[in-house]
Design a binder for this molecule. Structure first.
Ligand SMILES: Cc1cc2nc3c(=O)[nH]c(=O)nc-3n(C[C@H](O)[C@H](O)[C@H](O)COP(=O)(O)OP(=O)(O)OC[C@H]3O[C@@H](n4cnc5c(N)ncnc54)[C@H](O)[C@@H]3O)c2cc1C
Length: 468
């Protein structure tokens, strides 16, 4: 006698949803995904993938600007005549995102997953109703909610899609913003401010805190802020934007202390709100926290048996990699596989400024607060031979190790492509490696990754108890 296949219904097709769908299908479940925008979700269509594609172009622009210092003569020296063709740039970004979404949909469909392109709503703990014209009802044994989050907007700064914008509207602009005011200096604000500055916009970054990237490694944030200023950006610290209005062909930003700023466009990067308000959490009995995020445990269970949630709608750590892992864990758990609860302390992440900031494991802030006992070594990139060849002046490799044993507890890399350079430290943390094991590992000469092994050798030289 064959047992009936478990039925899995997933609301939302971003990384949390589609990665879960793949796992569930591979485990033999009958899987349906209901998504209104397209597979890949906001991650692929409007947020992560488009912003990183834009940043690839802006980083190339920065390299072109540096060319004179490398002995290459472009017309106009430090200000080379490279025109940004904004419609072409944005068209490339949108085409790439659409193609990526299409590839994911094909892959998921190949695994036998049913995709319903429609808005959906929970009508109970076992049912999603799709607004697909036919009122399709999806009954399931296991339900996963992965509806993501949306940009927060301020009542006094309502986007008009032309001049006052969230990042989701940038790629429909007919031109590059001439004078861009970025409100919010967290990760998203810093990434876009740096990218537009590099592309040629005149950028003002408005930060309510003293410095940019207030929640990140302080040494890294200092590097980024000084690079921003050196490249001509105006960075306003301790400046809270209170209102943004249209003024003729531009915008007027009013700060809390009464100062005003004018620009051609304003980009709002003031956080995210979970997309949980109108998806029927109440009907299903799913509990939300005070800010509207779905409460989950470390295997993605909500307050209702059989109902799981993953990704940005849970507010756990708003990263695509975390959403995907939460989604997979949910399915392994629901379908009876052995599963480890999610380990957030091992998540590697990157801020895609130029240079990038990548980090993993314990943070400097936790060490400074005395929550973790760790030794810290910081190796500047400026002494790295490959960095000198490439004209790279800014950046460092920082390693946190356990006193006595020298086991690697965390790391921060500030460098071009730090997102790639963080991997050895990630592996070290996952595998419980000690700093001498990194120090004894070959790195290529010359290479930026040589600074990782050199930092490790510095710890060995001075002993694991030295503070460097
Ligand atoms: C500008 C920006 C850049 C980022 N860059 C990075 C990065 O470099 N690296 C990284 O790891 N993370 C990055 N992130 C974060 C990353 O995009 C999110 O963590 C990720 O998208 C979360 O995935 P998710 O599956 O939870 O939701 P999403 O990707 O938001 O997908 C949710 C899906 O659910 C659909 N949906 C919502 N409600 C319904 C409904 N009622 N019915 C049907 N469908 C519905 C939505 O349309 C969407 O398709 C970035 C975020 C932003 C804002």
């Amino acid at each position: 006698m064959t047992l009936p296949r478990p039925r899995v219904a997933i609301l939302g097709g971003g990384p949390g949803g589609y990665e879960a769908a793949l796992v569930a299908a591979q485990l033999g479940a009958d899987v349906t995904v209901v998504d209104e925008a397209g597979l890949g979700g906001a991650c692929v269509l409007t947020d992560c993938v488009p912003s990183k594609t834009l940043i690839e172009s802006s980083t190339t622009m920065t390299s072109l600007r540096r060319s004179a210092s490398l002995g290459l003569q472009l017309e106009n020296g430090d200000n080379p005549d490279v025109d940004v063709d904004a419609p072409a740039l944005y068209a490339r970004i949108k085409a790439l995102a659409a193609a990526q979404s299409h590839d994911i949909a094909e892959r998921v469909a190949d695994e036998g997953v049913r995709i319903i392109k429609a808005r959906g709503c929970l009508t109970g703990p076992h049912t999603i109703e799709a607004e697909d014209g036919a009122g399709t009802r999806v009954d399931a044994d296991v339900l996963l909610i992965t509806t993501g989050a949306n940009p927060r907007v301020l009542p006094e700064a309502v986007p008009d899609h032309e001049r006052i914008l969230t990042w989701r509207q940038l790629y429909d602009l007919p031109e590059l913003p001439e004078e861009l005011i970025v409100v919010g200096s967290g990760v998203t604000g810093a990434e876009f401010a740096g990218a537009y500055q590099a592309l040629g916009s005149k950028v003002t970054l408005v930060s309510s805190r003293e410095h940019v990237l207030p929640h990140e490694d302080k040494d890294a944030a200092v590097v980024i802020e000084s690079v921003f200023r050196r490249r001509g950006m105006t960075v306003l610290g301790r400046s809270r934007a209170e209102a943004v209005r249209r003024k003729g062909d531009g915008v007027l930003v009013t700060l809390a202390d009464g100062r005003t700023l004018t620009g051609s466009h304003c980009l709002l990067t003031v956080g995210m709100v979970p997309a949980t308000a109108e998806i029927g959490c109440g009907q299903a009995g799913v509990k939300l926290d005070g800010r509207g995020f779905i409460e989950v445990d470390r295997v993605s269970r909500t307050s209702i048996p059989g109902v799981y949630a993953a990704g940005d709608c849970t507010g756990v750590l708003m990263l695509a990699s975390v959403a995907a892992m939460q989604g997979r864990i949910a399915m392994w758990h629901a379908l009876g596989e052995a599963v480890h609860p999610i380990r957030l302390s091992h998540v590697a992440q990157t801020i895609f400024t130029d240079p990038e900031i990548a980090s993993v494991g314990v943070s400097q802030a936790a060490v400074d607060r005395g929550e973790v006992a760790a030794r810290v070594v910081k190796q500047p990139l400026a002494t790295n031979p490959r960095a000198k060849m490439a004209g790279i002046r800014d950046g460092f490799v920082k390693i946190f190790t356990r006193p006595g044993s020298g086991v690697v507890l965390g790391g921060v890399v500030v460098a071009p492509r730090a997102s790639e350079l963080i991997l050895p430290l990630s592996i070290a943390i996952e595998q419980n490696l000690s700093v001498d094991q990194i120090a004894q590992t070959f790195s290529v000469y010359p290479s930026l990754s040589g600074s990782v092994t050199e930092a490790a050798r510095t710890v060995m030289e001075y002993g694991p108890d030295a503070i460097l």
